[in-house]
Design a protein around this ligand. Sequence first.
Ligand SMILES: [Zn+2]
Length: 315
Amino acid sequence: MQLVRQKRNMGARRVRVIVAVLVVAALGAGCAAEGSGGARPASPSAGAQAGRGPGAAKEEAGASGTLAAHLEKVRRNQALRAAAARKWGLARTPLAAPPPPAVKPRITTRKGFEVKGGESLPPVFTTVPTKEKIVFLTIDDGAEKDPELLRMMTELQIPYSAFLSDYVIDDDYGYFAKMRDAGAALHNHTLNHRYLPGLSYAQQQREICGQQEKLQKRYGTRPRLFRPPYGNYNGDTLRVAKSCGVEAVPLWASEAFPDHMEWREWDRDLHPGDIILTHFRGKGDWKGTMPDMIRRVMQTVTEKGYAVAKLEDYV
Ligand SMILES: [Zn+2]
């Protein structure tokens, strides 16, 4: 009898431990999934608050209720994401990114990408240092303004960052305001998309800092990130960028098209923290629409077991 009761207790304890592990796992995925939609800042999880301070036992009942509600929200969220994946013709449901790190990783310039005397300048990199199976999606220029893209990314809860050139967005700034409102961060890709190493310091200043001003005036936030057109830059580029508020210069490890991927690395594969480049382009420029391109890149990302995380959570 004693033995049986002990066994049962042990069993119950084991179940509790398993439940706790599941709750923690689900919380992680859920918070990330919520945050990746972008619009709402992630709130501290109920689990982190439970059991702290006086009267913890009394709070437990309330906390487990909160947890249950949170879990239900996570479950609903994933179901919505799966439904969106079916609706938009994705072969698999995109994986939820892990919760963002409490402290952003220290990022340094990739070997071979340095400029002379550039130690104190914004780092130039193609991959964010992380062990998580995550990648980052970045979309450049801004010529194609497909409303389907905004709907698709919101419904699929896929985070992305836009690097905008004024000369292609100036016919419809409103499109990118909607993008910002949906949670995407808007960054600097110069005023006119010139080949920067061919320009003087003053000309680069106008191209880079001019776009900092424009984006801040239009969208209310001064970009922290800058990507030089074609990935070409020199020491002046980084000095100018730093002078007007740029903190980092993310390039890319691979590039996505509607019908294929192009790879920087010899192994032609994704790696934790890789930045993926693609463009705002339509059928006039390449063989497909923006949603076609997203379907293709997400197939690669999800099949390889990666989730898309929010670049600004890490950089
Ligand atoms: Zn570009």
